[in-house]
Design a protein around this ligand. Sequence first.
Ligand code: SAM
Ligand code: SF4
Length: 325
Amino acid sequence: MTGILDSFGRSINYLRVSVTDRCNLRCLYCMPPEGVPQMPHSEILSYEEVQTVVRAATELGINRIRLTGGEPLVRAELPKLIKMLSQIEGIQELSLTTNGTFLQKYALELKQAGLSRVNVSLDTFKADKFQYITRLGKLKDVLEGIAAANEAGFHPVKINTVVMRGINDDEILDFARMTYEEGCHVRFIELMPFKGVAEFVSSAELRQHISLLGKLEPCASITGNGPAIYYRLSGAKGTIGFISPLSELSFCSRCNRMRLTPDGKLRPCLLGEDEIDVKTPLRNNASTEELKRLILKAVSSKPEHHHLEGGNVRLVKRKMSQIGG
Ligand code: SAM
Ligand code: SF4
């Protein structure tokens, strides 16, 4: 088995690396309209520093890396980082989560640099609603970005959709239908309370609604690959995943991940406040063995579960864009 065992017997094999806190959009559940105070460039890990941490993590058994942000494609020369990481032995999957607005420009370059997969965040198919949710974005850019990613060979592109009651819950079936028509994979994410924008819709309610289209069959083959649970509508090529941090108590027991923030903090749990600084040791020439000790310390301090369930909702201090959602 790959991965690093944590204190609760979970195997941690997945590191989400946030390469920037900056973003060209201001999604209402993620950032205030004016944005958030930006970290100084000097505080953000260089590509060489990211590569050093990732290499140490892979030596310990981490084999899946996802780049995120902020919007990772606003960071200059992201394909250069992809190339640097794709050369590290032991990485089985190197993927990217993006809002898709710059994919048309970069998809081919990212593919050539060694990126394995792309997830695009998209919450609506309606242009005016897209602008309302993202405040600054144009739906057309994302749709063209998804098409460019498919053309570049990232097939199938995965779509991540945050469901907000009264805002986009009327489009659930349109998203679910994409798994028939284009064989694409869709994942519905429960809205987390980083900012009180709307009520979340539970995955159980979504499944019930989607079953209007047909029977949802559990997909055992991909379950076990992290906290999402996957289903397939009979006859559909693509899958429908549900990410249910709020409504499913077993969510955390399937957690296989850790996060590295843009300013070099290892974050054992997205919804916890604990962080372990790797930037200071890195900049003081820490050895690979020292970095590995810090990574092991972060894994062993992963909590058993977060505290958002059961109505115990509180706001997390860092914004999603500053952690790397
Ligand atoms: N900018 C990129 C994007 O939007 O895909 C990557 C960073 S974004 C923080 C990563 C993911 O977090 C996106 O899929 C986004 O929808 C999700 N996200 C942000 N805020 C959220 C919230 N409050 N609840 C649930 N998901 C959220
Ligand atoms: Fe930017 Fe992604 Fe946050 Fe939207 S969800 S504001 S695209 S970082």
